[in-house]
Design a protein around this ligand. Sequence first.
Ligand SMILES: O=C(O)C(=O)[C@@H](O)CO
Ligand SMILES: [Mg+2]
Length: 253
Amino acid sequence: MRFSANLGFLWADRPLTDAVRAAATAGFDAVECHWPYDTPAQDVAAVLRETGLPMLGLNTRRGNVAAGENGLSALPGREDEARAAIDEAIAYAIAIGTRNVHVMAGFVQGEHAQDTFLANLGHACRQARPEGITILIEPLNDYDAPGYFLQTTTQAEALIDQLGAPNLRLMFDCYHVQLMEGNLTRRLTRLLPKIGHIQFASVPDRGAPDRGEVNFAHVFAHIAELGWTAPLGAEYRPQGPTETTLDWLATLR
Ligand SMILES: O=C(O)C(=O)[C@@H](O)CO
Ligand SMILES: [Mg+2]
């Protein structure tokens, strides 16, 4: 099994470029991030070349973070900002060779929000496709992100089917899915053709995967049996310095 360090959480106390180096030293096979926009893309591209690690994914900007926003793409009336964030994310991804862009929906509910999200996702998929980039949508759990538009894989699957874009896929974050829907291995099996990236953290505390209610040795073996070979995203909050939380990397590999 190969693993990607999510630098939104792992080594998040370091500049992004140093965090990439730390992930390489620790033996990760790839990296991914949340919002890299404060670091010039050419610096990130240079450290990816230096370490040989690919950056698997990045997120669109959240909007007004101070006001509690967590994405713009399902917010009716905010289409111009949402599309600017999508275009910015795709341009950054092209500059650093990243293949996945997670389009964040935001805190909103209702049919109008669904239409807005679909329209903005259509824009994202059209812009990304000629560049060989996949657009990801990720259900977030209602305990950490109450009121987030996209909360379940069932909802995400319906959106993917409705839009019918070949480069729209599901970000299957085992942490969120376990909290909202459970049944991880059956769900992974059924949704596999629609999955673009897989992430994990312990449940319910979002720590390293060698603790908590999910047996990740079993889940990872199941993912391997399904034929999935891409690195899995370690998106957990280290309790202490990241290096002290990496025993799982040897045991679960
Ligand atoms: O919170 C998560 O899970 C993520 O993957 C983030 O990128 C989005 O908030
Ligand atoms: Mg995630």
